[in-house]
Design a protein around this ligand. Sequence first.
Ligand code: FES
Length: 336
Amino acid sequence: MSYKVQLSDQQIVFMIEEDETILEAALRQGHSLPYGCRNGICGSCKSKVVSGNIVYSDGIPEGLEQKDIEQGYAFLCQAKASCDLIIKARTVQTATELKIRQFPCRVTKCEKLNNDVIRLVLALPKTERLQFLAGQYINIVMQDGKRRSFSLASPPDQDQNLELHIRHYDGGLFSEYAFKDLAEKTLLRIEGPLGQFTLQESDRPIIMIAGGTGFAPIKSLIEYSLKNNHKRSIEFYWGARTVSDLYLNEVAETWSNNNDHIKYYPVLSEVDTLNDWTGKTGFVHDAVLKVHADLSGYDIYACGPPPMINAIVESFPKKGLNKDRLYSDSFEFAAN
Ligand code: FES
Protein backbone atom coordinates (compact mmCIF):
# COMPACT_ATOMS: atom_id res chain seq x y z
CA MET A 1 0.00 0.00 0.00
CA SER A 2 1.28 3.50 -0.71
CA TYR A 3 0.54 6.87 0.90
CA LYS A 4 1.06 10.52 0.08
CA VAL A 5 3.59 12.70 1.93
CA GLN A 6 3.32 16.45 1.63
CA LEU A 7 6.01 18.84 2.83
CA SER A 8 4.19 21.78 4.37
CA ASP A 9 5.47 25.27 3.36
CA GLN A 10 6.71 23.77 0.08
CA GLN A 11 5.06 22.59 -3.12
CA ILE A 12 6.44 19.10 -2.65
CA VAL A 13 4.38 15.92 -2.59
CA PHE A 14 5.76 12.40 -2.98
CA MET A 15 4.51 8.86 -2.57
CA ILE A 16 5.73 6.44 0.08
CA GLU A 17 5.45 2.66 0.20
CA GLU A 18 4.59 0.95 3.48
CA ASP A 19 7.97 -0.74 3.80
CA GLU A 20 10.20 2.31 3.26
CA THR A 21 11.14 5.18 5.53
CA ILE A 22 10.06 8.74 4.77
CA LEU A 23 13.69 9.66 4.05
CA GLU A 24 14.15 6.73 1.65
CA ALA A 25 10.96 7.65 -0.22
CA ALA A 26 11.98 11.32 -0.49
CA LEU A 27 15.52 10.58 -1.73
CA ARG A 28 14.25 7.95 -4.18
CA GLN A 29 12.05 10.61 -5.77
CA GLY A 30 14.77 13.27 -5.91
CA HIS A 31 13.87 15.34 -2.82
CA SER A 32 17.01 16.00 -0.84
CA LEU A 33 15.96 16.06 2.81
CA PRO A 34 18.81 16.61 5.28
CA TYR A 35 20.27 13.55 7.01
CA GLY A 36 23.40 12.23 8.69
CA CYS A 37 23.74 8.70 10.08
CA ARG A 38 20.49 7.19 8.68
CA ASN A 39 20.53 5.08 11.83
CA GLY A 40 18.29 6.93 14.26
CA ILE A 41 21.16 8.38 16.26
CA CYS A 42 22.36 11.81 15.07
CA GLY A 43 19.03 13.67 14.78
CA SER A 44 19.92 15.42 11.49
CA CYS A 45 16.64 14.23 9.95
CA LYS A 46 14.40 15.32 12.86
CA SER A 47 11.21 16.93 11.52
CA LYS A 48 7.73 17.72 12.77
CA VAL A 49 4.78 15.58 11.75
CA VAL A 50 1.97 18.08 11.20
CA SER A 51 -0.71 15.51 10.47
CA GLY A 52 -1.00 11.73 10.08
CA ASN A 53 0.56 8.81 11.93
CA ILE A 54 4.05 7.41 11.63
CA VAL A 55 5.36 4.06 12.81
CA TYR A 56 8.83 2.85 13.82
CA SER A 57 9.03 -0.79 12.77
CA ASP A 58 12.39 -1.23 14.57
CA GLY A 59 11.34 0.57 17.75
CA ILE A 60 11.79 4.19 18.87
CA PRO A 61 15.12 5.53 17.49
CA GLU A 62 17.95 5.63 20.00
CA GLY A 63 18.57 9.38 19.62
CA LEU A 64 14.94 10.52 19.77
CA GLU A 65 14.00 12.01 23.13
CA GLN A 66 10.63 11.61 24.83
CA LYS A 67 10.02 15.37 24.84
CA ASP A 68 10.53 15.48 21.05
CA ILE A 69 8.02 12.67 20.59
CA GLU A 70 5.52 14.55 22.73
CA GLN A 71 5.99 17.66 20.59
CA GLY A 72 5.30 15.67 17.42
CA TYR A 73 8.86 15.31 16.10
CA ALA A 74 10.04 12.24 14.23
CA PHE A 75 13.30 10.91 12.80
CA LEU A 76 12.54 10.60 9.09
CA CYS A 77 15.33 8.08 8.52
CA GLN A 78 13.43 5.59 10.70
CA ALA A 79 9.77 6.65 10.49
CA LYS A 80 7.38 4.91 8.09
CA ALA A 81 3.88 5.99 7.11
CA SER A 82 0.64 4.31 8.09
CA CYS A 83 -1.56 6.91 6.33
CA ASP A 84 -1.13 10.13 4.31
CA LEU A 85 1.22 12.57 6.06
CA ILE A 86 2.00 16.26 6.21
CA ILE A 87 5.56 16.93 7.42
CA LYS A 88 7.31 20.18 8.20
CA ALA A 89 10.78 19.58 6.78
CA ARG A 90 13.25 21.65 4.82
CA THR A 91 14.97 20.40 1.69
CA VAL A 92 18.64 20.83 0.86
CA GLN A 93 18.80 23.34 -2.01
CA THR A 94 22.49 24.16 -2.19
CA ALA A 95 25.77 22.47 -1.41
CA THR A 96 26.56 24.99 1.31
CA GLU A 97 23.67 23.68 3.42
CA LEU A 98 25.41 20.35 3.94
CA LYS A 99 27.61 19.98 6.98
CA ILE A 100 31.26 19.12 6.28
CA ARG A 101 32.33 16.19 8.44
CA GLN A 102 35.26 13.80 8.79
CA PHE A 103 34.85 10.03 8.56
CA PRO A 104 37.08 6.99 8.80
CA CYS A 105 36.59 4.67 5.83
CA ARG A 106 37.90 1.40 4.48
CA VAL A 107 39.05 0.70 0.92
CA THR A 108 36.77 -2.06 -0.39
CA LYS A 109 37.84 -1.86 -4.04
CA CYS A 110 41.11 -0.75 -5.61
CA GLU A 111 40.92 -1.51 -9.31
CA LYS A 112 43.04 -0.33 -12.25
CA LEU A 113 40.80 1.02 -15.03
CA ASN A 114 43.76 1.68 -17.34
CA ASN A 115 47.50 2.38 -16.91
CA ASP A 116 46.86 5.77 -15.32
CA VAL A 117 43.54 5.56 -13.48
CA ILE A 118 42.43 3.59 -10.43
CA ARG A 119 38.86 3.22 -9.21
CA LEU A 120 38.66 3.28 -5.40
CA VAL A 121 35.54 2.40 -3.46
CA LEU A 122 35.58 3.63 0.14
CA ALA A 123 33.12 2.18 2.64
CA LEU A 124 32.02 4.27 5.61
CA PRO A 125 31.31 2.64 8.99
CA LYS A 126 27.90 0.94 9.12
CA THR A 127 26.45 3.71 11.28
CA GLU A 128 27.60 6.59 9.05
CA ARG A 129 26.45 8.10 5.75
CA LEU A 130 27.85 10.96 3.67
CA GLN A 131 25.05 13.16 2.38
CA PHE A 132 26.24 14.96 -0.74
CA LEU A 133 24.94 16.43 -3.97
CA ALA A 134 25.92 14.95 -7.34
CA GLY A 135 29.10 16.64 -8.59
CA GLN A 136 30.68 17.35 -5.18
CA TYR A 137 34.10 16.15 -3.99
CA ILE A 138 35.78 14.93 -0.82
CA ASN A 139 39.25 15.34 0.65
CA ILE A 140 41.40 12.43 1.66
CA VAL A 141 43.15 13.53 4.84
CA MET A 142 46.72 12.20 4.89
CA GLN A 143 48.52 11.26 8.10
CA ASP A 144 50.47 14.53 8.09
CA GLY A 145 47.20 16.48 7.77
CA LYS A 146 47.68 17.34 4.07
CA ARG A 147 44.58 16.97 1.93
CA ARG A 148 44.03 15.62 -1.57
CA SER A 149 40.73 16.33 -3.30
CA PHE A 150 38.81 13.82 -5.42
CA SER A 151 35.39 14.12 -7.02
CA LEU A 152 32.76 11.58 -6.09
CA ALA A 153 31.97 9.45 -9.13
CA SER A 154 28.98 7.73 -7.56
CA PRO A 155 25.48 9.24 -7.32
CA PRO A 156 24.22 10.57 -3.94
CA ASP A 157 22.09 7.52 -3.12
CA GLN A 158 25.36 5.58 -2.76
CA ASP A 159 26.10 7.42 0.45
CA GLN A 160 27.96 4.62 2.23
CA ASN A 161 30.14 3.28 -0.60
CA LEU A 162 31.93 6.15 -2.29
CA GLU A 163 33.56 5.80 -5.70
CA LEU A 164 36.62 7.86 -6.66
CA HIS A 165 38.76 7.88 -9.83
CA ILE A 166 42.42 8.47 -9.02
CA ARG A 167 44.77 9.50 -11.81
CA HIS A 168 48.47 8.79 -11.54
CA TYR A 169 50.75 11.83 -11.40
CA ASP A 170 54.51 11.54 -10.99
CA GLY A 171 55.23 12.93 -7.55
CA GLY A 172 51.55 13.10 -6.59
CA LEU A 173 51.42 12.61 -2.85
CA PHE A 174 48.32 10.43 -2.73
CA SER A 175 48.32 9.12 -6.30
CA GLU A 176 51.86 7.65 -6.01
CA TYR A 177 50.76 5.91 -2.81
CA ALA A 178 47.50 4.73 -4.41
CA PHE A 179 49.29 3.18 -7.39
CA LYS A 180 52.14 1.58 -5.43
CA ASP A 181 50.94 0.64 -1.97
CA LEU A 182 47.23 1.12 -1.46
CA ALA A 183 45.35 -2.15 -1.03
CA GLU A 184 41.87 -3.28 -0.16
CA LYS A 185 41.03 -3.06 3.57
CA THR A 186 43.34 -0.05 4.08
CA LEU A 187 41.85 2.52 6.47
CA LEU A 188 41.70 6.15 5.32
CA ARG A 189 40.25 9.37 6.66
CA ILE A 190 38.05 11.60 4.48
CA GLU A 191 36.19 14.86 4.88
CA GLY A 192 33.28 16.24 2.92
CA PRO A 193 31.09 16.94 1.13
CA LEU A 194 32.83 19.86 -0.59
CA GLY A 195 32.40 21.96 -3.72
CA GLN A 196 29.54 23.62 -5.54
CA PHE A 197 29.74 21.89 -8.92
CA THR A 198 26.15 20.65 -8.67
CA LEU A 199 23.12 20.48 -10.93
CA GLN A 200 21.18 23.76 -11.06
CA GLU A 201 17.43 24.05 -11.74
CA SER A 202 16.69 25.01 -15.34
CA ASP A 203 14.82 23.83 -18.44
CA ARG A 204 17.68 24.58 -20.80
CA PRO A 205 19.55 21.76 -22.57
CA ILE A 206 22.91 20.87 -21.02
CA ILE A 207 26.35 20.42 -22.52
CA MET A 208 28.69 18.50 -20.20
CA ILE A 209 32.42 18.47 -20.86
CA ALA A 210 35.02 16.33 -19.09
CA GLY A 211 38.78 16.19 -19.45
CA GLY A 212 40.42 12.96 -18.19
CA THR A 213 39.20 12.07 -14.70
CA GLY A 214 36.87 15.08 -14.89
CA PHE A 215 34.64 12.21 -15.99
CA ALA A 216 34.08 11.31 -12.31
CA PRO A 217 31.70 14.16 -11.26
CA ILE A 218 30.00 14.04 -14.68
CA LYS A 219 29.27 10.35 -14.01
CA SER A 220 27.75 11.29 -10.65
CA LEU A 221 25.61 14.04 -12.26
CA ILE A 222 24.36 11.86 -15.13
CA GLU A 223 23.65 8.83 -12.94
CA TYR A 224 21.78 11.08 -10.51
CA SER A 225 19.66 12.62 -13.28
CA LEU A 226 18.88 9.18 -14.74
CA LYS A 227 17.84 7.80 -11.35
CA ASN A 228 15.54 10.77 -10.89
CA ASN A 229 14.06 10.47 -14.37
CA HIS A 230 15.18 13.92 -15.51
CA LYS A 231 14.58 14.39 -19.22
CA ARG A 232 16.67 17.49 -19.96
CA SER A 233 18.72 16.98 -23.08
CA ILE A 234 22.40 16.28 -22.28
CA GLU A 235 25.28 16.29 -24.76
CA PHE A 236 28.36 14.87 -23.10
CA TYR A 237 31.84 15.47 -24.60
CA TRP A 238 34.70 13.53 -23.02
CA GLY A 239 38.18 14.73 -24.00
CA ALA A 240 41.14 12.36 -23.74
CA ARG A 241 44.49 11.81 -25.43
CA THR A 242 43.98 8.24 -26.66
CA VAL A 243 41.27 5.57 -26.69
CA SER A 244 42.67 3.90 -23.57
CA ASP A 245 42.26 7.17 -21.64
CA LEU A 246 38.47 6.83 -22.06
CA TYR A 247 38.64 4.52 -19.10
CA LEU A 248 34.88 3.91 -18.71
CA ASN A 249 33.86 4.47 -22.32
CA GLU A 250 31.31 1.64 -22.20
CA VAL A 251 29.51 3.30 -19.27
CA ALA A 252 29.08 6.54 -21.23
CA GLU A 253 28.00 4.59 -24.33
CA THR A 254 25.34 2.81 -22.30
CA TRP A 255 23.89 6.15 -21.15
CA SER A 256 23.44 7.33 -24.72
CA ASN A 257 22.36 3.94 -26.14
CA ASN A 258 19.60 3.59 -23.54
CA ASN A 259 18.38 7.21 -23.35
CA ASP A 260 17.24 9.33 -26.29
CA HIS A 261 17.92 12.57 -24.40
CA ILE A 262 21.62 11.78 -23.81
CA LYS A 263 24.26 11.99 -26.55
CA TYR A 264 27.90 11.01 -25.98
CA TYR A 265 30.88 12.27 -28.00
CA PRO A 266 34.39 11.08 -27.09
CA VAL A 267 37.08 13.44 -28.43
CA LEU A 268 40.72 12.37 -28.83
CA SER A 269 43.60 14.84 -28.99
CA GLU A 270 46.55 12.60 -29.96
CA VAL A 271 45.88 12.03 -33.63
CA ASP A 272 49.16 10.15 -34.29
CA THR A 273 47.92 7.13 -32.40
CA LEU A 274 44.34 7.14 -33.57
CA ASN A 275 44.53 4.06 -35.83
CA ASP A 276 40.99 3.42 -37.00
CA TRP A 277 39.39 6.18 -34.89
CA THR A 278 36.46 7.76 -36.74
CA GLY A 279 35.15 9.96 -33.92
CA LYS A 280 35.88 13.58 -33.04
CA THR A 281 39.47 14.79 -32.73
CA GLY A 282 41.31 17.81 -31.34
CA PHE A 283 40.69 19.71 -28.11
CA VAL A 284 37.41 18.92 -26.47
CA HIS A 285 36.24 22.56 -26.19
CA ASP A 286 36.92 23.03 -29.93
CA ALA A 287 34.81 19.96 -30.67
CA VAL A 288 31.87 21.60 -28.87
CA LEU A 289 32.39 24.88 -30.75
CA LYS A 290 32.46 23.08 -34.10
CA VAL A 291 28.96 21.73 -33.39
CA HIS A 292 27.53 24.82 -31.67
CA ALA A 293 27.97 28.23 -33.26
CA ASP A 294 25.45 29.66 -30.77
CA LEU A 295 25.59 28.62 -27.09
CA SER A 296 23.09 31.18 -25.83
CA GLY A 297 20.42 28.55 -25.09
CA TYR A 298 22.61 26.16 -23.09
CA ASP A 299 23.84 25.42 -19.58
CA ILE A 300 27.46 24.21 -19.54
CA TYR A 301 28.98 21.87 -16.93
CA ALA A 302 32.73 21.39 -17.34
CA CYS A 303 35.24 19.53 -15.22
CA GLY A 304 38.88 18.88 -16.01
CA PRO A 305 42.39 20.33 -15.98
CA PRO A 306 42.89 24.13 -15.76
CA PRO A 307 43.88 24.61 -19.47
CA MET A 308 40.61 23.01 -20.58
CA ILE A 309 38.51 25.09 -18.17
CA ASN A 310 40.39 28.28 -19.10
CA ALA A 311 39.79 27.65 -22.81
CA ILE A 312 36.06 27.20 -22.17
CA VAL A 313 35.83 30.32 -19.98
CA GLU A 314 37.66 32.27 -22.67
CA SER A 315 35.90 31.04 -25.80
CA PHE A 316 32.33 30.03 -24.94
CA PRO A 317 30.98 33.49 -23.94
CA LYS A 318 32.13 34.70 -27.39
CA LYS A 319 29.62 32.22 -28.82
CA GLY A 320 26.74 33.65 -26.83
CA LEU A 321 27.04 31.66 -23.59
CA ASN A 322 25.75 33.55 -20.54
CA LYS A 323 28.66 33.31 -18.06
CA ASP A 324 26.22 32.66 -15.22
CA ARG A 325 25.29 29.41 -16.92
CA LEU A 326 28.82 28.05 -16.95
CA TYR A 327 29.41 25.69 -14.02
CA SER A 328 32.95 24.41 -13.76
CA ASP A 329 35.33 22.48 -11.56
CA SER A 330 39.01 22.87 -12.33
CA PHE A 331 41.43 20.13 -11.23
CA GLU A 332 44.38 21.87 -9.67
CA PHE A 333 47.24 19.46 -9.23
CA ALA A 334 49.45 19.80 -6.18
CA ALA A 335 52.60 17.70 -5.86
CA ASN A 336 54.27 17.07 -2.53
S1 FES B 1 18.95 10.18 13.05
FE1 FES B 1 20.73 10.44 11.85
S2 FES B 1 19.89 10.67 9.88
FE2 FES B 1 18.15 10.22 11.05
